[in-house]
Design a protein around this ligand. Structure first.
Ligand code: SF4
Length: 362
């Protein structure tokens, strides 16, 4: 077996050596699988290529941008197709002109969205995707599901920290993407997204700027490292533990139980944690026991609860107002009993103006 562009003595016939040669030859480039196949077939089989790419993907040396698979949207496998694109030791990237900005989200202060798109592909639908489509930043749902990191995020941060430093109370990652985005194919957080998020958090913390995060992926245990401030607050979104709901509405995010476990590990390590229970579904979307969900997350320091606002489904439920009054009461009561700081969002019954600055209180 030989590999184009590699010295013969670098390839010993193993998949690892084919992988190493592919990486050495293509480092920093994005190459369509079709192109790799065409070039490689005279030297090794398509199966060897697939195994080598799978090996590189698992080790975090390549990112494989899988083409839209509309027919089997909720089925993700490790298979590689000729229409996929392999990013060798790199990740799809965009450049931006600015990064830090003051958010209009009611409980936020400053925020950073250092990734365009989100692989989780929530189908409530995702409001961030609706806006990104409206402003022409992404073409459609499939485009949205292919994340691109902001390649100049750290340089922008250096420029913008001095400009905003005195006005910032905290910085939130993120309201229109996910800082610990889950890679449903390889069942882990995308290493490139995580790495950039961690570097941003560390940089802000070095300036004594507190960070809050929110994810439907997995909070990484690296956050327990001493470079990250103990004043940071790490959150997950969680509206259901049901696997049917997960497959239908949050199909490529981390399984809910895994999200809770990862958050629990941070709590057990002494870090501050919180949960956003929004958009909470009405019984015509799914019948479930809110008390059961609350019990699972009783360890957190803060909770935010909000109704389902994204489409007319909740409003078509007879008794929608009474339902959300009951849920809000339950959340408020549960938080009181467990010493959890609670915030009920605007437009949800029982919304409390007095707790609007939930993240300015530590
Ligand atoms: S996790 Fe958040 S940003 Fe990502 S698709 Fe879902 S709702 Fe949108």
């Amino acid at each position: 077996m030989t590999v184009i562009g590699c010295l013969h003595d670098q390839v010993d016939g193993s998949i690892e050596s084919v992988a190493a040669c592919l990486l050495a030859k293509h480092r920093g480039k994005a190459i369509p699988v079709l192109h790799l196949l065409t070039r490689a077939l005279s030297d090794f089989s398509s199966r060897d290529l697939e195994l080598a790419l799978g090996h590189l993907e698992m080790s975090g040396d390549v990112y494989i941008e899988r083409a839209p698979r509309v027919q089997e949207d909720t089925v993700v496998g490790q298979g590689i197709r000729s229409t996929d694109i392999v990013f060798f030791d790199t990740f799809p990237t965009i450049l931006r002109k600015s990064l830090l900005y003051k958010t209009g989200v009611e409980y936020g202060d400053f925020t950073i969205n250092h990734v365009l798109g989100c692989a989780h592909g929530c189908r409530y639908p995702c409001y961030a995707m609706v806006l990104a489509k409206r402003y022409g930043r992404v073409k459609d749902y499939d485009d949205w599901k292919h994340p691109r990191i902001v390649g100049n995020a750290l340089e922008l941060l250096e420029r913008e920290i001095p400009k905003y430093r005195r006005r910032i109370r905290s910085v939130h990652l993120s309201f229109t993407t996910d800082p610990f985005m889950y890679d449903a194919v390889n069942k882990r957080v995308f290493p490139w997204v995580k790495d950039l998020s961690l570097r941003i958090i560390a940089r802000l913390n070095r300036e004594d700027i507190r960070v809050t995060t929110l994810t439907k992926g997995l909070c990484p245990f690296e956050l327990t490292h001493e470079v990250y401030s103990r004043d940071n607050e790490y959150g997950i979104s969680l509206v259901s533990l049901d696997s049917w709901f997960h497959g239908k509405y949050e199909p490529f995010s981390a399984p809910p139980e895994k999200r809770v476990l990862a958050l629990r590990r941070l709590h057990d390590a002494g870090l501050k944690t919180w949960v956003s229970i929004e958009p909470y579904p009405t019984p015509n979307i799914i019948e479930q026991d809110l008390e059961f969900l609350l019990e699972k997350i009783a360890f957190v320091d803060k909770m935010i609860f909000g109704r389902w606002n994204y489409n007319g489904l909740a409003d078509s439920y007879q008794g929608v107002t009474e339902f959300y009054v009951m849920c809000s009461d339950m959340v408020v009561q549960f938080c009181r009993e467990h010493g959890i700081t609670c915030y009920i969002k605007k437009r949800t019954p029982q919304s409390s103006k007095t707790t609007r600055s939930i993240f300015s209180v530590q």
